[in-house]
Design a protein around this ligand. Structure first.
Ligand code: UDX
Length: 446
């Protein structure tokens, strides 16, 4: 099938590459000329396992095209994906200006029936808005053309985006036109073979499903972080509690890992956007607000431990930081807890020596101007001359370090672990002071 994808960000690029891989003919349109040129050379703007070879191969084999020409994009596909960003506006609501611009573009150039598919995470009611914008633009052109607007949210995770897209757990389709369903079934057929993963519903329910999914996951994390804070004060170990409750199949083991707070491009933004949606319709979303508050506080957990250990004034202190990305297997630092931590340390006069397996360029881009941040080539180098070690991301390569080296290199054998990578008892026996999240039993700080 001929498919056009507007917006070559995370969602758009992965979706386009995966659709091309199964044989569809996919045209990607973006306003960013440099990005489009780079993609043609095989230079991918994000780090995502498996994506670079997939894009290169499908581009070279002629199933994946990149262009900045919107007219070309509209002419190409019957299916027109909107996969542009929906950044928060000044009050935290999702800003729809890019979505609206694409809708206007499609209506401006279309000459035949189009199926417009909202892939971006958009508030409930956006499909109606897209429809309205398009009808208006067609009216101005003085033409009458049929089109459909479908909500088809994306559930991919960064770091596993290609795999998630290739093997989706569900394909949510919100539509008010039965005829469109067949087209979507044909489009997604290769991903929907062994059992039917397509869940059909009305458009508004599909739009809400995306927010509900992300907010539910964020809720699980904040709940567990709250339990961690209780465990710390009650002299219990949240890691034991996690296993104890995860074994209940109704609860499950996933997304109950306590830590130094969730980050990324989705959870913080989507929780806030749903709060704003609720407020706009006069509903007070008490639970969602608590999820957000707990997370904001959780990002202060490591700075608080550091204050508890070293005192308020950190002038002249240097901290080794392992992990800058908001989670492993990505170079994405959006809303990462490492940023809150570094900014707190700098505020109190400390400097940071940081290492991340993938996010060094991103850190350089964001913080390159700072003289109190040194980006180091290895995790060992980050510890040279540092007073203590702080861990913000659970990269695999951090999980079994040589503790003798750590002990010899640090000025003081202290580890602040925001992801509970180590056994507190074992570290204490080796002579470390170890701060984990919710590990009151071993910290003995009840
Ligand atoms: C998320 C959703 O998982 C995905 O379905 C949606 O499409 C986009 O948003 P992503 O932002 O890529 O994906 O990351 P995810 O793996 O969900 O992690 C989000 C954050 O939660 C990370 O900062 C992670 O460290 C944190 N997290 C996750 C926890 O603190 N504890 C957990 O148990 C799980």
């Amino acid at each position: 099938m001929k498919v056009t994808v507007f917006g070559i960000g995370y969602v758009g690029l992965v979706q386009a590459a995966v659709l091309a891989e199964v044989g569809h003919d996919v045209m990607c349109i973006d306003v960013d000329e440099a990005k489009v040129e780079n993609l043609k050379q095989g230079i991918i703007p994000i780090y995502e396992p498996g994506l670079t070879p997939l894009v290169k191969k499908n581009y070279e084999e002629g199933r994946l095209h990149f262009s900045t020409n919107p007219e070309e994009g509209v002419n190409h596909g019957v299916m027109q994906f909107i996969a542009v960003g929906t950044p928060p506006d000044e009050d935290g609501s999702a800003d729809l200006k890019y979505v609206v611009a694409v809708a206007q573009t499609i209506a401006k150039y279309m000459t035949s029936h189009k199926v417009v598919i909202d892939k971006s995470t958009v508030p409930v009611g956006t499909a109606d808005k897209v429809r309205g914008v398009m009808l208006e633009a067609l009216k101005q052109r003085g033409v009458e053309l049929n089109f459909d607007v479908v909500s088809n949210p994306e559930f991919l995770k960064e770091g596993a985006a290609v795999a998630d897209c290739m093997r989706p757990e569900r394909i949510v389709v919100g539509t008010d036109n039965e005829d469109v369903v067949d087209l979507l079934r044909e489009l997604y057929e290769p991903f929907n073979r062994n059992h039917d993963r397509m869940i059909l519903m009305d458009i508004r329910s599909a739009e809400l499903t995306k927010y509900a999914a992300n907010c539910m996951l964020a809720t699980k994390i904040s709940f567990m972080n709250e339990i961690a804070n209780l465990a710390e004060r009650l002299g219990a170990d949240v890691e034991k509690v996690r296993q104890g409750i995860g074994s209940d199949s109704r609860i499950g083991y996933s997304f109950i890992y306590p830590g130094c707070g969730y980050g990324g491009s989705c959870f913080p933004k989507d929780v806030q956007a749903l709060i704003r949606t609720a407020e706009h319709i006069g509903y007070v979303p008490r639970l969602l607000k608590a999820v957000e508050d707990v997370n904001d506080d959780q990002k202060m957990k490591l700075p608080d431990f550091i204050r508890r250990h070293f005192g308020e004034d950190l002038n002249g202190k240097t901290f080794a930081l392992w992990g800058l990305s908001f989670k492993p297997n990505t170079d994405d630092m959006r809303e990462a807890s490492s940023r809150v931590l570094m900014e707190e340390l700098w505020k109190r006069g400390a400097s940071v020596q940081a290492y991340d397996p993938e996010a060094m360029d991103e850190a350089q881009r964001i913080y390159g101007h700072r003289t109190d941040l040194r980006l180091m080539g290895t995790k060992e180098a980050a510890m040279q001359g540092a007073d203590a070690l702080v861990i913000c991301t659970e990269w695999q390569s951090f999980k079994a370090p040589d503790f003798d080296i750590i002990k010899n290199v640090l000025r003081e054998p202290v580890i602040f672990d925001g992801r509970n990578l180590f056994d507190p008892e074992r570290l204490r026996k080796r002579g470390f002071t170890y701060y984990g999240i919710g590990r009151g039993a071993s910290l003995n700080i009840a």
